[in-house]
Design a binder for this molecule. Sequence first.
Ligand SMILES: Cc1cc2nc3c(=O)[nH]c(=O)nc-3n(C[C@H](O)[C@H](O)[C@H](O)COP(=O)(O)O)c2cc1C
Ligand code: SF4
Ligand code: SF4
Length: 250
Amino acid sequence: MIVYFSGTGNSRFVAKRIAELTQDELCDASVYTREGKGAEFTRPGRYVFVSPVYVSAPPRVFQDFIRKSRFPNNVRAYFIMTCAGGMGGSPEYCRRLASEKGFAYLGTAQVCMPQNYLAFFKTHTPEENREKVREALPLIEGIADYILNGRELPDPGMKVWEYLSTEMIIGMYYKDFMRDKAFRTTEACIGCGRCAAVCPLGNVRLEDGHPVWGGRCTHCMACINLCPKNAIEYGRMSVGKPRYKGPDKF
Ligand SMILES: Cc1cc2nc3c(=O)[nH]c(=O)nc-3n(C[C@H](O)[C@H](O)[C@H](O)COP(=O)(O)O)c2cc1C
Ligand code: SF4
Ligand code: SF4
């Protein structure tokens, strides 16, 4: 079973490719995170959890989803983190989560994909993004090979300080920065509702034909990137930056 969480499609893309190669079933966690619920998994055996890296860790909403979900006994768990530069302390979060759930932990791998965090970072041109995805393909195949053969993923060589430094800032980051107050729409908005449809937390609704953000945001950047009219801005930080439409759009 491949269980994934994705804002702008990178993790979904990796999850789908792994599923093709391993012939595993896919589960989109956003079906549950929209409702704030966990899932009831019954299929025994291997589980592959795929998600983006948020601030050097798996998204809290995805960790909470796994915590709330029920699994059969004897789960063998792999974790795959998509990131723009590096997964930082993520392996330690995944290892701890696996131990909490009683899973056999088979490792964490990173796959570098295009940057989607245009609220705070530079985003890239479609050509640059295409090249990054192209480079990721053999790596994804290599990871699938480990999974198919039931082998432990190679040790990513994470330093303890990477986990500890993430732990020091992450609570503050979620509280003070992962907020939706800075989102606004421009006159280009046509009221199509795509921003609401793509939010994995169900945090956007249309009121009088215009999106309203509800205060339960995890900064996944789906609404702002995937708006077909590029009619959403995040304060001044996003102005003039290319929107990232996801790896399926090339
Ligand atoms: C809130 C947020 C935090 C992020 N933090 C990191 C990070 O710490 N390190 C990194 O390399 N990329 C970081 N990124 C980039 C994403 O992890 C990367 O683009 C990912 O592939 C997006 O996956 P998705 O398209 O499935 O949502 C961050 C992106 C967001 C939106
Ligand atoms: S996706 Fe863009 S155009 Fe459509 S309602 Fe949302 S902001 Fe408006
Ligand atoms: S409001 Fe936008 S950035 Fe926040 S979780 Fe929803 S889609 Fe992601």
